[in-house]
Design a protein around this ligand. Sequence first.
Ligand code: DAH
Length: 339
Amino acid sequence: MQQEALQEITAADTLEALQAVKTKYVGKKGLITQQLGGLGQLPPEERKARGAEINVVRQAIQAALDEKEGTLKRAALDAKLRSEAVDVTLPGLGLPSGGLHPITRVYDDLIGIYRQMGYAVVEGPEVEEEHYNFEALNVPWYHPARDLQDTFWLEDGRLLRTHTSPMQIRYMVDHEPPLKIVVRGKVYRYEATDATHESMFHQLEGLVVGEGISMADLKGTIAEMARGLYGPSAKVRFQPSYYPFVEPGADFAVYWDNPRGESKWLELGGCGMVHPNVFKAVDDLREQAGKDRIYEGMTGFAFGLGPERIAMLKYGIPDIRYFYANDPKVMGQFRGELG
Ligand code: DAH
């Protein structure tokens, strides 16, 4: 019986199987227990020797059971630990990361180009005085931009700036020439939205003022920007145009060599030589503030452009409204990389 029991213990490869062997031999109704219970039927002189014999067997079986139980429990614990173990060499799950908005990326490109040319980068108020947004920029009462249709007016008579050009005025009132600035920021137009129009969008405004600044400087600057955006072979084109705050005024386009083979002239913005009336308006404001009139007789150029147009073409975004709809299917594509 001892041999059989030891064989069965060796063969038991789970704790359940071992428990069955244990019950079979040393349980309450087990074979050993039955043997011990049978001692009473023996003649008294045999009982002691027989009892001792059964006990030796019982102890051998119990010892084997205990040892095997220890082995199986250790194996089970090992398996559990292994299944729960952390492999520190595995790559982590990674946190969902944000990314730079396409407009921010285009601004970064543009501002990088202008910083290299020595421009200061400034921002200004989105809630603006009518005088700075229009009059001081020589925008006459009959100019379409002054139509109630085009401007968000505040109840106090101020407005949401319709362009970044009022910062030309603010900057010149506060600073003396020579100066080179770009202005970044949001602008607002009260108009129906469609694939190419939003009521809020962005502009980059440039202003250079000094003595002897010419149209050639303006063209060279725009060409330098085009090369910065689209590489050394980028071409620029100027067409006469009208903006009240410049004379002469022009629209400029950049030949956009697109990797998807959609190369074309990209109408980027307006520009021109700062109108003498703008310098005069600045001097008037300076005088009111107790400062010297120093702008009359100065020369300068200005330009304004929309980063949305550049971003739409650069990233193949077909509708301007996607920029501000916060649809993760669109903006999620700009996650992660920060360039
Ligand atoms: N302010 C003009 C607009 O919003 C853009 C512009 C045109 C800015 C010509 C300029 C400029 O500085 O010279 O449509």
